[in-house]
Design a protein around this ligand. Structure first.
Ligand SMILES: [Cu+2]
Length: 157
């Protein structure tokens, strides 16, 4: 290899290293920017006993991003309507109230579980069977949309 070819090879190698570094930086920027979305985990739908047209959905909505996120709406092609509810014990009586929005702190999570926060799923478009899955869509205040897969389970008495 003559001196000129050697210099050229070194310069090319340097350019490749720079390009790789730039790619790493931009993917890190994406992870902390708008493309970072909350995720839905351990999600399930509790089948009601009998043929009630209303059932509850539970799970975790995790925000692993550096920015807060707010869930403002939930919907599903499998249900006529989906509402976010909270069950609270008021004067010894268990009551449900709608939750208009759900704020997720940076690196925080909302836990939806029996007796607390839950999704109220109304009028399934088709009968649901244990083991099947339904998809729910959560709309964020910034317009982002998060999909969650919910496993249908029988209510444990
Ligand atoms: Cu409810």
């Amino acid at each position: 290899m003559n001196a000129h070819a050697h210099r050229l090879a070194c310069r090319l190698a340097a350019i490749v290293v720079l390009a790789t570094a730039a790619a790493v930086v931009s993917s890190a920027a994406l992870a902390t920017g708008k493309s970072c979305m909350p995720v839905v985990r351990d999600a399930w739908v509790r089948l009601p006993p009998g043929n009630m047209p209303m059932m509850a959905g539970f799970g975790r909505i995790e925000n692993r991003c550096g920015m807060p996120a707010t869930v403002v709406r939930a919907s599903s092609p499998s249900f006529a309507s989906v509402e976010l509810h909270e069950t609270k014990l008021i004067d010894g009586v268990s009551r449900m109230r709608p939750v208009p929005e759900l704020r997720l702190e940076p690196n925080g999570a909302a836990v939806l579980k029996p007796g607390g926060l839950h999704l109220m799923l109304m009028k399934p478009s088709a009968p649901l069977n244990p083991g099947s899955r339904v998809v729910l869509q959560f709309e964020l205040a910034d317009g982002g949309k998060v999909l969650g897969e919910f496993e249908v389970r029988k209510a444990v008495p």
